[in-house]
Design a binder for this molecule. Structure first.
Ligand code: PA5
Length: 426
């Protein structure tokens, strides 16, 4: 399903030496013995997921697709990035699907928020508010605004039928609000943290509304769960990749640059940045995760990657078959001198850009490159890919000896902000 090519890592790794550490970490992951082990619910999730809830998600999604033109997804961080990454990756950026997806609550920008509200006004929209804690400031403010607007437009009772809440099973302000207003609710299990939650209702409900086959996605994740349970580094692509990035980190690289070759995959880069950044970046350790979308960024960051400070390695996520393709036409005048490409698909040119860049960065730029390739980007393969990266992340963070599932550093800015805002203590 996934191939990890390490031929261009520019280092010699003794996998036999690494295997001992990988065995130790494999054991603490699978026996749930490491720090943060209460948050390993995602590990068995592709088998253990709540089948009844998935049924309810599918019914609610059909209802949304039949009765509304827009779904507003209101959340931030792990309660937003996965759904957006998947929807854009599968549907593309200019989808002709009947249901439009709009994002709110992922920013405190007054301009963005107001523009989205103005855009929604008078249209037929449903809302999926997503927050595990139920108290995240961005999400709560945006939801208060859009809920009030909807209630004002169609009345409280009808609005309650257009609002779906995804939150903790029992606790939190959003749970209380949803119960008191009678919203349909979906659960973010208490043993799965935000950035590991894309395969729960957090991702599944917006995805199902977007017309994406969530059962296929779960089936892809199930396949990954099975294949990536292997202990041996060379037999487990997740561990092979984790060991390579760990080795590069320990040998002078401080940045991992994720490289995508389709604008519709840019948000996968965002999801990866959160997953690895929040999981590994603590105790003054961890690779800084960054991302580019080529060939766009070859015309901006390409120069730095080729010849700048040698602080990074690249991880290319290459999808072999594009979702759509277009043929370059023949032109009788050939004034643009492109006839040497006439009748070739654009995917052919994109592929050569990828291969040419790989060669340039590795051979002349001396930049290590890891290549993760996957056949195509459908629900099944993306389910596999999500699970793959979560497994890599758990292995990588434990190899660094940090807790993959907490994010203590995120609280610091929040406390300052609350102090400045005069938030009452509870
Ligand atoms: O990964 C995480 O835990 C975080 O990024 C959260 O998902 C994010 O802060 C949003 O939190 P919540 O779902 O509680 O609103």
């Amino acid at each position: 399903m996934i191939k990890v090519n390490t031929n261009n890592n520019l280092v010699e790794i003794d996998y036999k030496k690494y295997q001992k550490d990988v065995d130790r970490v494999h054991k603490i992951i699978h026996e749930k013995k490491g720090p943060g082990n209460d948050y390993l619910g995602w590990l068995e999730w592709p088998i253990n997921y709540d089948k009844e809830e998935v049924k309810r998600i599918l019914e609610a999604a059909s209802y949304v697709r039949e009765n509304f033109d827009i779904l507003v997804v209101c959340g931030i961080g792990g309660s937003y990035l996965g759904a957006r990454a998947a929807i854009e990756a599968i549907r593309g950026l200019y989808s002709d699907d009947k249901l439009e997806i709009v994002y709110l609550g992922q920013t405190l920008s007054p301009t963005y928020t107001n523009q989205v509200l103005n855009y929604l006004r008078g249209k037929k929209y449903a809302i999926n508010v997503i927050s595990k804690s139920g108290t995240t400031t961005e999400t709560s403010i945006a939801f208060r605004l859009v809920k009030e607007m909807l209630e004002h437009e169609i009345g409280k009772e009808a609005a309650a039928k257009a609002i779906f809440a995804t939150t903790d099973k029992e606790k939190g302000a959003l749970k209380t609000l949803a119960s008191s207003n009678g919203y349909e609710t979906f659960v973010l299990p208490s043993d799965i943290g935000g950035r590991y939650s894309v395969l729960t209702a957090v991702g599944l409900f917006p995805l199902a509304c977007a017309g994406i086959n969530i059962k296929e996605m779960l089936a892809g994740a199930k396949k990954a769960k099975k294949q990536l349970s292997e202990k041996k580094i060379e037999k487990n692509p997740a561990y092979l990749y984790a060991v390579n990035r760990d080795y590069l980190y320990r040998h002078g690289k401080s940045v991992e640059l994720f490289v995508l070759y389709e604008p519709q995959f840019t948000q996968i880069g965002e999801w990866l940045k959160q997953l690895f950044g929040e999981s590994e970046g603590k105790e003054h350790k961890g690779l800084f995760p960054a991302s580019v979308t080529n060939s766009t960024d070859l015309h901006s960051l390409g120069q730095f990657i080729q010849e700048g400070t040698p602080l990074l390695f690249e991880t290319i996520i290459y999808v072999e078959e594009p979702t759509e393709d277009v043929l370059i036409p023949h032109d009788v005048d050939n004034l643009d001198e492109l006839n040497y490409l006439a009748t070739k698909p654009l995917s052919f040119v994109n592929e050569k850009a990828y291969l040419g860049t790989l060669d340039a960065h590795v051979k002349e730029g001396n930049v290590p490159n890891l290549v993760i390739s996957i056949e195509r980007m459908d629900a099944y393969h993306l389910g596999y890919l999500f699970y793959f990266f979560m497994k890599v992340c758990a292995m990588s963070a434990y190899l660094l000896d940090v807790n993959p599932f907490n994010q203590p550093g995120v609280e610091v800015y929040k406390q300052n902000m609350f102090k400045l805002l005069g938030k009452p203590r509870v």
